[in-house]
Design a protein around this ligand. Structure first.
Ligand SMILES: [Zn+2]
Length: 261
């Protein structure tokens, strides 16, 4: 209670103080979504970036020296995801760790027999419910500037955090109404199965095949496409686009279309 009161007081102070010019320059240079936002959305985003940087610890692993460019770029991209919610949604997150580039992690698969299989895999990032978010800085900065392939590791890993907010990593984040759950299940199950079938047959798809791994990855990949290839998604997957619009309370396709007009 006291913690919350102190945090809110601190947040009010931060929201009232001017946003550093140098940070704004970094956002203009690295975060192309910023140009698509309305002035009201920009004010909210900058406020959330300040709060994020004040409340979360962004650290680097061996081989990197932490800079404001790293801190501000990660905070901006993560805050974009939560822009439509009443308040920034990443309360549980404490630490983000940047790796210089793609790194090797250990994948643990549990067999039905209880046996655990350990294997090594290359990763751009990872998110755990009670642990840090790990991100490859080289990919963060490249994708935040121009997402050449519609991928965005920050959006992907922070979507996993939203999914895990209700404990289960099952591709179903906490929703507001029964009706929203029903629609979510109807639409995402069909879309997920369709992607699995297309990936099995090697067909070209807008959604990355990695989304066919399981429902949790499907939600994270669909989130990337929702923000990075919004107009195409609205055209090719209108029901999925609408479900994500209702969840994120954002309509990124209309932003890109307004910018292009
Ligand atoms: Zn993932």
């Amino acid at each position: 209670m006291i913690f919350k009161w102190m945090r809110n007081r601190r947040r009010r102070k931060l929201a009232e103080s001017p946003f550093p010019d140098e940070w704004l320059g970094i956002i203009h240079h690295n975060c192309r979504h910023y140009a698509t936002l309305t002035s009201t959305e920009r004010v909210r985003l900058l406020r959330d970036v300040r709060w994020f940087l004040d409340e979360k610890s962004i650290e680097v692993s061996l081989g990197l020296t932490l800079t404001d460019e790293m801190r501000v770029t990660v905070a901006t991209q993560a805050s974009l995801l939560g822009l439509g919610f009443a308040a920034p949604p990443f309360d549980r997150l404490i630490t983000v760790i940047l790796q210089p580039e793609i790194y090797v992690g250990t994948r643990i698969q549990r067999e039905a027999s209880g046996l655990e299989l350990h294997s090594q895999e290359q990763r751009l990032g990872e998110a755990q419910r009670n642990g840090p978010v790990l991100l490859s800085w080289r990919d963060v900065v490249r994708q935040c500037r121009d997402a050449p392939d519609g991928r965005n590791v920050v959006l992907h890993e922070f979507a996993h955090l939203l999914d895990m907010a209700d404990a289960a990593a099952d591709g179903i984040p906490p929703l507001e109404t029964e009706e929203q759950y029903r629609t979510w299940m109807d639409v995402t199950r069909i879309e997920y199965r369709r992607l699995v079938g297309q990936a099995e047959h090697g067909r070209h798809t807008l959604l990355d095949w990695y989304g066919a791994t399981n429902e949790a990855e499907f939600f994270a990949v669909a989130t990337e496409t929702f923000f990075e290839q919004s107009v195409e998604m609205q055209k090719l997957h209108p029901r999925l686009y609408d479900v994500l619009c209702a969840f994120y309370k954002q309509d990124p396709a209309s932003r890109w279309l307004r910018l292009a007009a």
